[in-house]
Design a protein around this ligand. Sequence first.
Ligand SMILES: [Zn+2]
Length: 182
Amino acid sequence: MSFFEVFTEYADLYSKAKYLYLKALPFRGWSVIGPGFMDDTHFMKEALKQAREAYDAGEVPVGAVVVWDNKIIARGHNQVERLNDSTAHAEMIALTSAFNTLGSKYLPEAVLYVTVEPCLMCCGAMYWSKIKRIVYGAEDVKNGYRKTTGENFPFHPKAEVTKGILADECAQLMKDFFIARR
Ligand SMILES: [Zn+2]
């Protein structure tokens, strides 16, 4: 056998083993495979830290992180006021940062955590990014994507969506913000 044949055989076995391992995971809360993996709550807490940074800067408190291979590769929080840009949402900033970090225009193995249900624009950005999974905290009846899409799925067809992780904390931060601004 040539080196190449051995290599491709090994790669094939590895991907089969990885697939079986993924299938065998007891529940879908695990973000990425590997020893010492963190769950969705852990990463949502990191997104909440970003949301608090937005809050402290006088921005609508939404935060996001992008996770790849069980590591945070990008963070972002809403910067609409600071950048004077109504599209500077937490997800957009985190996605752009993730593309830069990986040097790739697609994120097919990544998970995006965001504290509040994404708007339709951010869903479009996530669609184009081919991101694997989207996890959000609180629902946003007023500006969330579901207001427009209803039961239609605006993300990439292969993407998975999980909602309601730390929803109360995520929603409370938004409530506090709007109460303080009244
Ligand atoms: Zn958005």
